[in-house]
Design a protein around this ligand. Structure first.
Ligand SMILES: [Zn+2]
Length: 192
């Protein structure tokens, strides 16, 4: 069984150590895609949590409410400077998710120019233009997914306390997924 697990809002405030330890203790090859508040982390933190199987993707800048919904092109470009640096170093993967999945047209333009695949929700407001590469999940962590899933099962939740939060849902993963589940990064999924 192959699974892509992504969690939103990874930052110094929410690193979900307890759940990461439990998941790593159970699964033989655990990996989690952390959508990271880029201005809420530092290099040391990102390096440190790699040993839990964390791989990182940018998830907004300060993660203010609807931060990127009305953001102008120049502002996105300016904010992307430090993010692009981490991408070029391999610390962030090549998929971007805006806070609350809300993007302005200018955001789409700037993100695509930086080479990002755009993470979209199942009910995307203001969808990206035709031809833009996207990543979309299948189920949220609190939802019921088929036991025999065809292909790669893409699951989505949060590091933060929430209905699909990992603190609420990590037991479901241990209960429902095989111990030897092959966890993939989103980049591995998109490339494979
Ligand atoms: Zn978020």
């Amino acid at each position: 069984m192959k699974v892509v697990l992504d969690l939103d809002d990874f930052s110094v405030v929410d690193t979900c150590d307890f759940e990461l330890e439990a998941l790593n203790a159970y699964f033989t090859n655990f990996k989690v895609n952390m959508f990271t508040i880029t201005q809420g982390v530092n290099r040391e933190l990102l390096e440190e949590y790699k040993h839990y199987g964390c791989v990182y993707y940018p998830h907004g800048f300060k993660h203010n409410f609807l931060e990127m919904d009305g953001m102008r092109y120049e502002t996105v470009r300016k904010n992307l400077l430090s993010v692009d640096k981490y991408v070029s170093e391999g610390l962030f993967g090549g998929v971007f998710k805006a806070p609350y999945w809300r993007y302005s047209d200018d955001c789409y333009r700037a993100l695509v120019e930086s080479g990002f695949v755009i993470a979209v929700s199942r009910e995307q407001v203001n969808p990206p233009p035709q031809g833009v590469r996207t990543y979309e999940y299948d189920y949220e962590l609190h939802e019921v997914w088929p036991e025999q899933f065809e292909g790669v099962l893409r699951l989505h939740g949060h590091c933060t306390p929430y209905v699909n939060g990992i603190s609420t849902c990590y037991g479901r993963l241990i209960e429902k997924l095989p111990k030897d589940t092959e966890f993939l990064s989103i980049d591995e999924f998109l490339g494979g």
